[in-house]
Design a binder for this molecule. Sequence first.
Ligand code: DGL
Length: 259
Amino acid sequence: MSAKPIGIFDSGVGGTSIWREIHAFLPNENTIYLADSYNAPYGPKGKERITELSVKNVDLLIKKGCKLIVVACNTATTNAIKHLRANYHIPFIGIEPAIKPAALKTQTKAVGILATKGTLASDLFHETTDLYSNGIKIIEQEGEGIVQLIESGKLNSDEMKELLNIYLEPMLKANMDYLVLGCTHYTYLMPMLIEMLQKHIKIIDSGEAVARQTKAVLDKHQLLNNQKSEIRNQFFTNGNPEVMQSLLGKDFKVEYLKF
Ligand code: DGL
């Protein structure tokens, strides 16, 4: 049993959508969140650079005493998690696009997937897609520019709507009934997407599954916190704290940290 914090990192503010799920599911856990916004987006960077940046984030979280690390970034998971698991003794939880549930439930046999270039190009993504895409049309779309807009505080902008219209078009043409959000930043697009898409189209992400898996792994390693002391949730960014603060709301304090 351990009161040490769960470490969570992302290329930026997107992984706070995962932090939310974890905090809701495991309210008695201390957490430390790192937003590597200075280096965002990870998507266009190659596997080697994404791995280097992930190692940098993991080293800092370990230095801060974390007991488990959640890689709250599809791009970092699909490119670097094998390396991380092979090189550190601490447990890791990763996040991957929810292709499996979408492929199992689709009625129209067409599933749209919006993710970064780095995720769509990764071997891990292809392995999962190959497993579940039999008889199903998977329309892959790179969400170029979306992360940058969110990181610069332009979540609800006309530019964002224009980009989404372009990216959704081929998926709608293919008659998709499931849209998979394969990047943790994209979860913040949910309200806009619900407004833009017809009701029969379901939008799914992997946040809840990650929270469940985090609990299961903590439990397995006997690392759940059963102490009754006050809980701390710390948020660090090496980018603009205001953008992250506006996504998190006033209840949680965002601090600037150079890393
Ligand atoms: N939140 C990251 C993900 O889930 C965004 C990647 C990026 O920075 O391009 O993939």
